[in-house]
Design a protein around this ligand. Structure first.
Ligand SMILES: Nc1nc2c(c(=O)[nH]1)N[C@H]1C(S)=C(S)[C@@H](COP(=O)(O)OP(=O)(O)OC[C@H]3O[C@@H](n4cnc5c(=O)[nH]c(N)nc54)[C@H](O)[C@@H]3O)O[C@H]1N2
Ligand SMILES: Nc1nc2c(c(=O)[nH]1)N[C@H]1C(S)=C(S)[C@@H](COP(=O)(O)OP(=O)(O)OC[C@H]3O[C@@H](n4cnc5c(=O)[nH]c(N)nc54)[C@H](O)[C@@H]3O)O[C@H]1N2
Ligand code: SF4
Ligand SMILES: [Mo]
Length: 694
């Protein structure tokens, strides 16, 4: 029989590549008949995948794919030939640079796209003369990266998925890997639990991860520091600290001990809304374990005190000597399939490829030796800072594979801000809510149409290989970005790559942590950073003898609780937001999958039965959730899984737009938004069903 997806216009073939969704990085390939299937990869050694991986091909041949460049003409989009569209971009960005300078342009890099593509994009920004380049790691683990880089010298998993299997205690703080990183959960975390490891889950909701937990701390959103400090106090009080490690590998213990002596465990537990005995139980499970690993996610990072939250967790690991050995460490599970790599290769405003500060003259010189131009020394704007300045000092945006009009906080305001720009180009697969505000939309390539590399959550660089040709006149992202580099900068020769491999070779020369890697060396497997060409391997467990700061010791930190930005008025509930298994981020990909939509198709608001009863809300009722920033209508899911006083909403769609409710407060160090705490009023909707259009 012939495969009905093989049309005269498109051809598909099976080639091992990497799943386009989460940062676990499972091997997948085209399986025929319009589907993807798991293939044995470095992470999923048995070819196991989750429902998203299985649905990955649905977007590739979706009828909504952009297949022609679009340019705005009298307020409406019309299709245009590539030359005309690229000229419009060169004119639009060029005019802003001429009139306002290069710092009036903001570049959005893409965690959904390859290292090579992101490297070319940040090179383009920097050769143009601005460090205004950022990626949605800003909305995600920016705070984790800030705290971990500061204390340990690297903002990435200290350990590997493999060695987590050796842990005796898994302390999962503000993450729900059972739903968000399913293969990491099933193939690495659950086996450890089955072997006897104690799982502690710190999360205001009971979810699929909690089902495997021995200890659950359902804290109030925004009280992670209270909980972590109480645990630290118990560790000291009950003598569960590692004296030898403290003496040899840390500084500042006396100061921290003094601070913790003033921490009242019962009072902190009360502030967090948890049982003090359960806090002690969690502390003992962590402190008594031979190997204890912290796993951390968005519940920790997405607060205006996100960096401090992570500092408080780092204290636990350092107090107990749980760093530098297998089965230990502090392990952020990264978001998209290449959020780690997009940052590694320089898609951040303050650092060059390989995380060297833009302020470091030697690092700039090393880059200049390769590029022929020195990048600017002043850090650029983060993407949230930039959208707050649209129409003022920022006048143009180049948005590559991101959907900020849906995913940034206070998103209605962000969407309007896009209209204040003089010029905006979006490179995407679909006509997203953000694209609706652009002057030019360029049709890029989906995961199955590209070659390159991505870096997964445990620092493994793996190769992507094409499984499909392009729909219509869509182009490979790598070629689009290289073409923009040739048109927008005065160094066109810097963007004449023979292909992604040539760009990767350049990355290995510019970014020391990738030094010595090659496509050939990666092959069907991986190379892990920090890589050493001498032994052909990367470092699995970081900080074993010394920290990546170059120091033998890391400092302990005194961390005080920080109240959330939104204070609750009488009758209001705390809104926290997050994800479900079957949907992915802004929904541009997952929503176009019939398979995923059939499993779970709409954003819902979890609300406790008592809060629902107080408001006359029944399960399945449409409810209005509102605050001073906006109002959305969603369906209520009445459930005791969420604690009283707290509601949880997913943010996967442009309509209803959950991010209309989230606020502008940012973490002062990392600039991460407070997605996990807003004050809202919840009431039955005034008649009518919840809206559900794209
Ligand atoms: N299915 C699916 N998988 C995904 C994604 C997706 O959209 N869908 N997105 C990918 C991306 S980009 C990312 S970053 C990861 C994120 O993966 P996770 O970090 O697991 O994602 P979230 O659901 O945002 O948040 C995790 C948990 O934090 C809890 N939480 C809320 N507020 C607080 C708080 O104040 N303190 C604590 N301790 N916990 C709190 C929530 O109840 C939630 O269960 O997932 C990746 N994988
Ligand atoms: N309320 C709330 N908001 C949040 C969060 C939360 O927990 N709560 N989490 C935040 C987090 S952790 C993140 S990471 C962000 C995610 O924010 P975004 O990065 O903006 O969201 P995505 O949906 O991952 O992807 C954006 C776009 O990339 C496009 N795309 C995918 N693959 C490709 C490709 O290969 N080429 C091209 N050219 N385009 C492609 C998709 O079509 C989509 O439009 O959301 C943040 N927003
Ligand atoms: S666990 Fe993540 S990488 Fe693996 S198949 Fe699921 S979404 Fe894809
Ligand atoms: Mo993320």
């Amino acid at each position: 029989m012939t495969d009905p997806t093989e049309t005269s216009e498109r051809s598909f073939e099976s080639n091992p590549t990497v799943c386009p969704f989460c940062g676990v990085g499972c091997g997948v390939e085209y399986a025929g008949w319009g589907s993807a299937t798991g293939v044995e990869g470095p992470v999923n050694g048995r070819g196991e995948i989750c429902p998203k991986g299985a649905a990955a091909f649905d977007v590739v041949d979706h009828e909504d794919r952009l297949t022609e460049p679009l340019v705005r003409h009298d307020g409406r989009f019309v299709t245009a030939p590539w030359e005309e569209a690229l000229d419009r971009v060169a004119d639009g960005v060029g005019r802003v640079v001429d009139e306002h300078g290069p710092d009036a342009v903001q570049f959005f890099a893409s965690s959904n796209c390859t290292n090579e593509e992101n490297y070319v994009l940040q090179k383009l920004a920097r050769i143009l003369g601005t460090n205004n380049v950022d990626n949605c790691a800003r909305l995600c683990h920016a705070s984790t990266v800030a705290a971990m880089s500061d204390r340990l010298g690297a903002g990435a998993m200290t350990n590997t998925l493999d060695d987590l299997r050796e842990a005796d205690c898994l302390f999962v703080n503000g993450a729900n890997p059972a739903e968000q990183h399913p293969v990491a959960f099933r193939s690495y975390i659950l086996p450890a639990v089955r072997d006897g490891a104690t799982l502690v889950h710190v999360d205001p909701r009971a979810n699929d991860t909690t089902e495997a937990a021995d200890v659950h701390l359902p804290l109030r959103p925004g009280t992670d520091i209270e909980v972590a400090n109480a645990i630290a106090a118990v560790l000291v009080e009950e003598d569960l600290v590692d004296e030898a490690f403290l003496a040899e590998r840390t500084t500042g213990f006396d100061r921290l001990r003094e601070h913790l002596a003033d921490v009242d465990v019962a009072a902190n537990a009360e502030a967090a809304g948890v049982d003090p005995e359960t806090v002690r139980e969690a502390a003992r499970a962590y402190g008594e374990a031979d190997r204890a690993a912290v796993i951390t996610g968005m519940g920790t990072s997405q607060h205006r005190c996100g960096t401090d939250n992570v500092h408080a967790l780092l204290n636990l690991a350092l107090l107990t000597g749980n760093v530098g050995r297998p089965g230990t460490g502090v392990n952020p599970l990264r978001g998209q399939n290449n959020v780690q790599g997009a940052s590694d290769v320089g898609g951040l405003p303050g650092v060059l490829p390989g995380y060297e500060s833009v302020a470091d003259a030697d690092a700039r010189e090393r880059v200049a030796a390769e590029w022929g131009v020195e990048p600017p020394a002043e850090p650029g704007l983060t993407e949230v800072e930039a959208t707050h300045r649209f129409g003022d000092e920022v006048r143009a945006a180049v948005v590559f594979g991101e959907n900020p009009a849906v995913t940034e906080p206070n998103a209605s305001a962000v969407a309007s801000a896009f209209d204040e720009l003089d010029f905006c180009v979006v490179i995407d697969l679909f006509e997203t809510r953000t694209a609706a505000h652009a002057d030019v939309v360029l049709p890029g390539s989906a995961w199955a149409e590209k070659a390159g590399t991505v870096t997964n959550t445990d620092r493994r660089v793996m190769r992507m290989r094409p499984n499909a040709d392009l729909p219509g006149n869509a182009r490979r992202d790598f070629e689009i970005l290289s073409a923009l580099g040739r048109r927008l900068t005065d160094r066109p020769e810097g963007f004449e790559y023979e292909g992604p491999e040539a760009a990767f070779d350049e990355v290995t020369r510019v970014a020391p942590i990738y030094g010595g890697m090659s496509y050939e060396g990666i092959g069907d497997g991986y190379q892990r950073w920090p890589f050493s060409a001498d032994d052909g391997a990367g470092t699995d467990v970081l900080h074993a003898e010394e920290f990546l700061t170059g120091e033998r010791t890391a400092p302990l930190a005194v961390v005080d609780p920080v109240p959330p930005a939104d204070a609750l008025d009488a009758g209001e509930l705390t809104l926290t937001t997050g994800r479900v298994l079957q949907q992915f981020n802004s929904g541009a990909l997952s929503r176009r999958s019939d398979r995923l939509m059939a499993m779970r198709g709409e954003d819902a608001l979890q609300i406790h039965p008592d809060d629902a009863a107080d408001r006359g809300i029944g399960d399945g009722d449409p409810v209005t959730v509102s605050n001073e920033r906006g109002s959305v209508e969603v369906t209520a899911e009445v459930t005791p899984a969420v604690r009283e006083g707290v509601t949880f909403c997913t943010f996967h769609y442009a309509e209803p737009l959950a991010n209309a409710l989230t606020g502008d407060a940012l973490d002062p160090e990392a600039g991460i938004p407070e997605f996990k705490h807003s004050a809202v009023a919840v009431e039955p909707a005034a008649g009518g069903d919840a809206a559900d259009a794209d």
